[in-house]
Design a protein around this ligand. Structure first.
Ligand code: ATP
Length: 217
């Protein structure tokens, strides 16, 4: 069992517009699988990209409400506080500075996000800073680009011990429950006047104002 200071730190980034049970359950299962603390990291969206429907403050507030009652999943709002575009490589560098050279850091990515990794800013540097945990859902298969398949050849492992014993550089698949939930679907349910019950945390649904911006969208 790793000591607390060496416990892996997992991070799951996203727009969380809004956060839903697909995100929360995947993060929860990854935390259990890796025996990690997991932080959800809401992204700020650069002005030239399609903007989330909810503001950064609303997305943060929805995360806070959805995470009530547990302390395994936490929020890290550093990307919302940073000026300019948020690159994952910068977020991981900052975290690496804070946690020191040795603690395992794991970037959690859905399989679709992982497949797009070669389009990310300085993507190959990510492996020097963190491991990657691919959140894969049974029944989903995604064709990976050749450059990623090459990285995987050396880095892939099926052993959690390889991740918890080293700070960065491995890729591990984490099979999570397949919950067919997307923020897009929740936004359209709300826009159509329907209630997304059992798709988002009960506490979020119960909040009288947090989902309002989608009802009006
Ligand atoms: P949208 O529908 O607006 O594109 P989304 O529901 O895919 O949003 P994001 O905020 O883009 O949510 O996702 C953040 C991260 O969570 C990504 O790595 C994504 O792959 C992962 N993710 C999203 N939905 C699920 C789900 N149902 N199960 C597991 N992982 C998920």
């Amino acid at each position: 069992m790793p000591q607390p200071e060496n416990r892996p730190l997992g991070i799951l980034g996203g727009t969380f517009d809004p956060v839903h049970l697909g995100h929360l359950r995947a993060a929860w299962e990854a935390a259990g699988f890796l025996d990690a603390e997991v932080r959800l990291v809401p992204a700020s969206v650069p002005p030239h990209r399609p903007q989330p429907v909810a503001s950064a403050q609303q997305r943060l507030a929805m995360l806070q409400v959805s995470l009530l009652g547990q302390d395994r999943l936490r929020i890290d709002d550093r990307e919302l506080r940073r000026q300019g575009p948020s690159y994952t490589v910068d977020t991981l560098s900052e975290l690496r500075e804070e946690i020191g050279a040795h603690r395992p850091l794991v970037l959690l990515l859905g399989i679709d996000a992982f497949a797009g990794l070669p389009g990310w800013h300085r993507w190959q540097s990510l492996f020097e800073l963190a491991h990657i945990g691919i959140l894969s859902r049974p029944g989903h298969s995604t064709l990976l680009p050749m450059s990623l398949r090459e990285e995987l050849r050396e880095r892939r492992t099926g052993r959690v011990a390889d991740v918890s014993a080293t700070p960065a550089g491995r890729v591990i698949e984490i099979v999570v429950s397949a919950l067919e939930i997307s923020a897009t679907r929740i936004r359209s349910e709300l826009a159509a006047g329907r209630e997304p019950r059992y798709l988002v945390a009960d506490a979020l649904l119960a909040d009288p104002v947090l989902l309002e911006s989608y009802r009006r969208a």
